[in-house]
Design a protein around this ligand. Sequence first.
Ligand SMILES: *[C@@H]1O[C@H](CO)[C@@H](O)[C@H](O)[C@H]1NC(C)=O
Length: 532
Amino acid sequence: MNYLFVLILFWCSLQCSVNSAQILVISSMPAHSHYTLAFRLVKELADRNNQVTFISPYPQKTQAKNYRDISIEETIDFTREFKKTLFELDGMGFIGNKLIDTELGTGLVEHTFKNSEVQKLLNSDESFDVVIIEHFLNEALIGIAHHFNAPVVFLAPVASCAKNNYLFGNPSPSSYVPDLLGSFTKHMNFWQRLENFLVINYNDILREILYIPKQRELFKKYVKTNLELDDLLYNISLMLTTSHPSVTDAVPHLPNIIEIGGYHVSPPKDLPRDLQEYMDNATDGVVLFSMGSNLKSKDLTLDVRRSILGAFSKLKEKVLWKFETDLPEASPNVKVMKWLPQQDILGHPNIKAFITHGGLLSTIEAVYYGVPIIGIPVFGDQRNNMEAAVSNGYGVSVLLQDLTEKTFSGALSEILNNPKYRENVQKRSKLMHDQPVKPIDSAVYWIEHVIRHKGAPHLRSVATELKWYQREMIDIIVFLMAVTSVILVTIFLLLKKCVKLIMYYSKLKKTTSRNKKKNKSKENVNCPLKYS
Ligand SMILES: *[C@@H]1O[C@H](CO)[C@@H](O)[C@H](O)[C@H]1NC(C)=O
């Protein structure tokens, strides 16, 4: 009996030492995809008995166990204007995009710091064992973690890329790691590699002169400390990335970068009854069409909308379209819904294809459930995601400017009638599910690892302590080039000297031999006189 008691106590203390940590999670970008990623983690950590505080624009309607919201709803109004420009982002150029990043980042950080509930938290005597920040244009918010003297985990809504690799010194050679915002695949020819190299470096420079200085300024303004923003940014314990080789490229990762792509997807739940019946009865299959949460389908031009509807009207399959307004001109096989449970529909056996904007979460969900995709990429990493889907043989991409009834019909018929797309995406799906631990368990494990060890400096590469030219071995290459040049010049000068000497001597020899000959002939001429 006593034994049992001690055992239970021991087990309890074990459980308590790992669980029931105080965790602060910050997700400042008011967008469904960003929130989805952060909230999935919040929920898992709370379910595992940690006390979670979640700063986000979307507080839950009902408060759950182990979990408390701090609402920064004001960021929703602030970003509304930006969302209207999403369809134009592509044409704005690198500087235009960076300026938008700077402005968006400034607003997100300011609204978070100025929020009265956040201020209340900062002025409380609470403490946290770890602070998890969903990293999106909010570097200065790391000051909150510093205030609580807590180690930092970044949750990246993307794969490791130029936006975050520099914080860890993660190697990312432009020879085979394409820019996240470009449209190259990992196989690049000479000119593509050149462009990739220039674009990545140009963007790095723009980040350093346009974007980060503003974040440094905000950090100074809102955080009382002698430290600089960079001291904290280059001291992050861990980054969890939304990537996995089944969807994103196989690229180098330092030990403090953990791929957890797919962690936000769960096995399909039951559909609402009308949808369930609709899906069950669709014997010819269903095509799901959703442009994600940031882009509204009604933002599509009238021409594009007409082309899409024209192509749909020729299908024998049914079409479920997430659209924000009614579409009276749609053919009878098209069902329009303002909201739909995307994951659960993708999990239905009658689903035949998924038309998407190519957002990372949608792409991951398609692969998770093994559904081939047609992508209409619009901005950000969408084109890059679609290029990967095309090159991996499970997707067809149609750019918005090329979209006509003919091209769209062609894409639909290719995806629906050529079995290769389904086979390839099913293969990818098997790869995504073939992992030693589930991505969500891996995420929790690594967060707890950081909590247990109060940070993770042992995972950090010294790459961040090196100057960029040291890290890229530029100084060594320049040095070697200098030494080689000195050696080559010396050899050249010596050779020149030698050649001169040889020429001099050979000339000398020639002249002396000519002189000799002359003398000889003179002698010969003279000879008779002499000897005769
Ligand atoms: C870096 O992080 C570790 C723990 O993660 C912490 O102990 C250390 O004080 C931090 N350094 C700075 C400069 O903040």
